[in-house]
Design a protein around this ligand. Structure first.
Ligand code: AGP
Length: 615
């Protein structure tokens, strides 16, 4: 998820673009850049790090006067956060500049095609190929940037928002959209493009949302929108009623709500282009297949929510690979003298990639000869840099302290690693792997269905806001989901909440039950292991019989829980191992709603930090 701005009009383009990027910096902040069209051609500045680094560069070496410009703040998906990988990317002959948000799935073959044409590629990014392709196409369309963009887009697969300028046309900015967001701002004698309206609402509140597979050309006086074949496209104009701060949250009250809503796309982007011909496309791999075949033990190390993702992954990894998989709190791992060798694969899961407990644990594992594979959401962070391999979760920046979309994508990424190990170890046939991938590919749709049922959860949250304590129970992969639900409530509503393996209740915790105490139950699919389902229904009866208020998360059509549930939160059917991707969402919403009802700061809860960089 990157920040994109385009401008054409009477103002100084560099000023408009940089101020727009400032508003979009929450969308990505590992590098930034600007390109403007001047009488002498393109003038470009770009720099790794936060936008302030770019501003320093520009202050030291001012850009020429120009009415046309584009700018970008990056959240890396292909290639680390370096100057060379920062956008804009410029064509071989320096006449075309491009910025991009998204993932071009077929960029590897396009890179090869360009290399074979003798074009020098200067970055590791997928974006750069578009700049060169536009340069190649432009002469054949008489320099028409819109038509060139349409022809190039028809060759791309994946998710992309592209914005380009060309030296030959100083008053034109052209953009294309597939999946990643792009809005047009209509001004008086000036027009704007941006990832979201916060970049231009200080100039205009008249906006146009671009649709799927559309190309837009803006000049100071005109806005022309077509489909990828050049046919005029229908547009939806609207007036922006948000203030700038709300606009940064995409109109959501909270970053957490925005990030909960982004989960279908985050999961889809984490799957995008990852398993080709049943081979996992690891982002950086410094472990050979032979070394992976020698793995006799897997240890997952992580903290907090990432640890819960690892607990869920354990069930799938052991089921698919038949390799023992331990899950360890990173803060405990290195102090217990763990048994680790060159036949151990350590999987370090971390959203920020800077969690010191996890960094120290993985370094200890490497000292013991283990291979380390990172699952991380932040390119170029310490944990992926210190690891032998990395699979990035493409969730985009997660701003709210409480982890939501990162969690779902960590589970998905861990499943991909499990499937890959099963393939390398020959414990799963190709068609079995394809079946699981097909099920995973359908999860964004089902997550969307869960997101449509939030009102019922909010009503329950309001009723529970004064509860003294809330218990969460689950079985199998539902047990880590229960732990995650409890953690969300602790960190957001500052309440006592505890998660248990449902089978453990009778070994002590059931003594906690008092009349009316809320017990939230994650019920496994009926179509899974029936014995698990029967046992959890018995657990619901046990706690209900002792006065608990039972709030049950169960699949559509599961009627067996009805007699014992005070409230039922329905989720779509899914395979047992994939249910956490659905059952967790009501718990995220419940905790967020309870904290909101208490008037707490949901995005920045007390005592917490987004990344815990101390041990
Ligand atoms: C989860 O909501 C918390 N923000 C916290 O538990 C977090 O998951 C943990 O600190 C690990 O952070 P990491 O994923 O960045 O390593």
């Amino acid at each position: 998820m990157c920040g994109i701005v385009g401008y054409v009009g009477p103002r100084q383009a560099v000023d408009v673009v940089v101020s727009g990027l400032k508003r979009l910096e929450y969308r990505g902040y590992d590098s930034a850049g600007v390109a403007i069209v001047t009488a002498d051609g393109l003038d470009t500045r770009k720099k790794a790090g936060k936008l302030a680094n770019l501003q320093t560069i520009i202050a030291g070496d001012p850009m020429s006067l120009s009415s046309t410009g584009i700018g970008h703040t990056r959240w890396a998906t292909h290639g680390g956060p370096t100057d060379a990988n920062a956008h804009p990317h410029v064509s071989d002959d320096g006449t075309v500049a491009v910025i991009h948000n998204g993932i071009i799935e077929n960029f590897a073959e396009l890179r090869e095609e360009l290399t074979n044409l003798g074009i020098q590629l200067n970055s590791e990014t997928d974006t750069e190929v578009v700049a060169h392709l536009l340069q190649i196409v432009l002469p054949s369309v008489d320099g028409d940037l819109s038509e060139a963009m349409r022809r190039v887009c028809r060759r791309l697969s994946g998710a992309f928002t592209l914005v380009a300028v060309v030296a030959e046309h100083p008053d034109v900015v052209v953009a294309a959209r597939r999946n990643s967001p792009l809005v047009v701002g209509r001004g008086e004698g000036e027009n704007f493009l941006a990832s979201d309206v916060s970049a231009f609402i200080e100039y205009t509140r008249n906006a146009i949302e671009l649709g799927q597979d559309q190309v837009v050309c803006i000049t100071p006086s005109d806005i022309t929108i077509t489909d990828f074949d050049g046919n005029p496209a229908a547009t939806v104009e609207f007036e922006v009623t948000w203030d700038a701060a709300a606009a940064e949250r995409g109109g959501y009250e909270l970053f957490m709500l925005k990030e909960i809503a982004e989960q279908p796309k985050a999961v889809a982007d984490t799957l995008l282009g990852r398993m080709k011909d049943n081979r996992l496309n690891l982002d950086e791999l410094r472990i050979s297949e032979q070394e992976l075949r020698n793995i006799k033990k897997i240890v997952v190390i992580a903290c907090g929510t990432a640890y819960h993702a690892g607990m869920i992954a354990k069930y799938a990894i052991e089921h698919w690979t038949r390799i023992p998989c331990e899950v360890e709190l990173a803060s405990e791992f290195r102090y217990r003298d763990p048994i680790v060798s060159s036949e151990t694969l350590v999987i370090a899961i971390s959203q920020s990639g800077e969690t010191m407990d996890t960094i120290m644990a993985l370094r200890h594992a490497k000292d013991q000869g283990a291979k380390v594979l990172a699952i991380c959401n932040t390119r170029g962070a310490t944990i992926p840099r210190d690891s032998d391999a990395v699979l990035y979760t493409n969730a985009g920046p997660e701003i709210a302290v409480a982890s939501t979309k990162a969690f779902l994508t960590q589970v998905v990424a861990a499943y991909l690693v499990g499937l890959y190990l099963a393939q390398v170890h020959g414990t799963k046939y190709a068609d079995e792997i394809s079946d699981v991938l097909a099920q995973l590919a359908d999860m964004p749709r089902r997550i969307d269905l869960v997101l449509d049922t939030t009102e019922h959860v909010r009503k329950i949250a309001h009723e529970l806001r004064d509860a003294k304590s809330v218990l969460f129970i689950g079985r199998h992969v539902g047990y880590p989901v229960a732990l995650e639900g409890a953690l969300k409530l602790k960190e957001l509503a500052y309440m006592h909440a505890e998660g248990f393996a449902a089978g453990e209740l009778k070994h002590g915790p059931i003594a906690l039950l008092e009349e009316g105490m809320p017990v939230i139950v994650v019920v496994p699919p009926k179509t899974g292991r029936d014995v698990l389902h029967e046992k959890i229904v018995s657990n619901i009866q046990e706690v209900r019989a002792r006065g608990a208020r039972t709030i049950v998360i169960a699949e559509e059509g599961d009627e067996s829980v009805v007699p014992y549930a005070n409230d039922i939160i329905r989720i779509p059917e899914s395979p047992t191992l994939l249910q956490p991707l659905l059952a967790t969402i009501p718990l995220q919403i419940l905790a967020c709603a309870m904290a909101t009802a208490k008037g707490y700061d949901v995005d920045m809860p007390r005592n917490l930090a987004k990344s815990v960089t101390v041990e």
